[in-house]
Design a protein around this ligand. Structure first.
Ligand code: CAO
Length: 443
């Protein structure tokens, strides 16, 4: 016959009023005697509380963040009546597995923030699938912040906790972090085995910034996480060089201003960026290696005969790069309208995957915000990106005298595997010429 029993916090020594930091079971779970049910943590240590019975959990009486003390109800469990009584609480203390908190007390900390090298978490079986940790000179106490069950889980998978960034409270490593780490490590080995050798970088240090003052942890949203991955990939896999130049857009701006009435009639704002897009396409036609991608072997350049231009859009949630298609076939007003429409959708998180794919070359315009120049990161697998900064009225020496001209700063970052420096300088020179003579764009 089935019997319902209560599971309470056993004797936990000096621990009083401690926080539940993990609940490892849910109603309906079958557990074996000694399976861990919850993890509790004081300011000195964390420990898991095991089940004193085998059976099926009926109700979990605590949640993460609750504070408990000896005798508090943790869960109800349905057991068979053949199940022996729980070991008396005092005697079950051995079954409670205390673990010294990984982060030493402030007074015990070394003077620097360096994490001591860890070897206690060094996996017994270091699988080939996982990136090798840096060499560890000497054994030391565990440093990663994780509960015993997570440590056990990591050990079983051969994952080194010191290489894992925790997403739990105060940087605690939870089971999902270990799973993500292993998935990532497997992905790296599958898709880019060479990266392991190329990127022998020290893992990021885990620093408890709260030691120095008040902090707040703000998890990155999805857009930022995705952008961070592709930006990082481009940054480490593409040898970047940035070529700076400036274009005289005095006449272009005069022409643009002359079109404002027409723009108002069509309810379209003709911005400088629209002209830059047209000028870029006109230049790409002369320099097709900028409108290209390397294939996955890195041995063939795929030259694109279409002109889809990615535009970096600043949104409250982070940077996105929607693609405006067939820029060569569209007039200035149509392009301006499309640019306004797509950036509005980007800001309202309405872009689809199709909006974000198929680009040939990207433009990042910070001109409306400020700055004199910057080094944009190539939007791989493209091979070049144009940064546009704020235009400035400058004295330019022309026909034996200084004259005021409106100059637009251009910053072209490119993949040096595909494009030579001389070619890049020719590209920006051509682009400035096109922008300087507005007839190139309107005719
Ligand atoms: N110099 C001076 N002023 C400029 C300028 C330039 N190069 N480019 C634009 N401006 C002005 C515009 O004329 C407009 O002025 P008014 O409001 O007085 O008419 C103002 O700046 C705002 O322009 P805008 O930003 O609305 O329009 P845009 O076509 O220039 O740009 C977009 C559209 C979507 C690219 C832009 O809004 C944006 O998000 N830019 C940020 C991109 C970004 O974050 N890049 C960094 C990525 S990291 O590589």
């Amino acid at each position: 016959m089935a019997v319902e029993r209560e599971i309470r916090v056993p004797e936990i020594g000096d621990f009083e009023d401690v926080e539940v930091i993990e609940v490892l079971v849910a109603a309906g779970d079958s557990v074996q005697r000694e399976d861990s049910l919850v993890t509790i943590e004081s300011d000195k240590a964390s420990m898991e509380i095991p089940s004193p019975f085998s059976g099926v959990i009926g109700e979990v009486a605590v949640s993460v963040g609750d504070r408990v003390r000896e005798g508090a109800l943790l869960a109800r469990i349905t057991t068979s009546d053949a199940e022996p009584d729980a070991v008396p609480i005092a005697a079950s203390r051995n079954a409670v597995k205390p673990e010294a908190n990984d982060r030493p007390e402030a007074n015990d900390r070394p003077a620097t923030n360096d994490r001591p090298p860890a070897s206690a978490e060094q996996p017994a079986r270091n699988t080939a699938a996982l990136p090798s940790p840096p060499p560890h000179p000497a054994p030391a106490a565990p440093t990663a912040h994780a509960s015993p069950s997570v440590r056990r889980f990591a050990r079983e998978l051969g994952a080194n906790l010191d290489l894992i960034r925790g997403s739990g409270r105060k940087g605690r490593i939870v089971k999902d972090d270990v799973q993500d780490f292993v998935k990532r490590a497997l992905g790296q080995v599958d898709t880019a085995p060479h990266l392991e050798n190329l990127l022998q970088v020290e893992p990021a240090r885990s620093i408890d910034f709260s030691e120095f003052g008040e902090i707040e942890i703000a998890p990155l949203n999805n857009i930022r996480r995705i952008a961070a991955k592709s930006l990082h990939r481009s940054w480490v896999t593409i040898p970047h060089v940035t070529q700076f130049d400036e274009a005289d857009i005095t006449e272009l701006e005069a022409y643009r201003n002359s079109q404002q009435a027409e723009g108002e009639k069509r309810s379209v704002k003709l911005t400088t960026l629209t002209f830059v897009m047209k000028a870029v396409v006109s230049t790409l036609k002369e320099f097709p290696q900028f409108c290209a991608s390397l294939d996955e072997t890195g041995e063939n350049l795929i030259l694109k005969r279409y002109f889809h231009i990615g535009i970096a859009v600043d949104t409250p949630n982070g940077l996105v790069v929607p693609v405006v298609r067939e820029v060569d076939r569209k007039g200035l007003f149509d392009l301006a309208a499309e640019l306004a429409e797509v950036s509005e959708r980007a800001r309202n998180r309405k872009l689809t995957q199709a909006d974000l794919s198929g680009g040939c070359f990207s433009i990042s315009s910070l001109g409306g915000i400020g700055g004199t120049a910057f080094t944009p990161i190539v939007n791989g697998p493209e091979v070049a990106i144009l940064g546009v900064s704020r235009h400035v009225l400058k004295p330019i020496y022309l026909d034996d005298r200084f004259v005021p001209r409106l100059m637009l700063p251009l910053s072209l970052s490119y993949d040096h595997r595909v494009i030579d420096g001389a070619t890049a300088a020719r590209f920006t020179t051509k682009l400035s010429d096109v922008l300087s003579d507005v007839r190139n764009l309107v005719l």
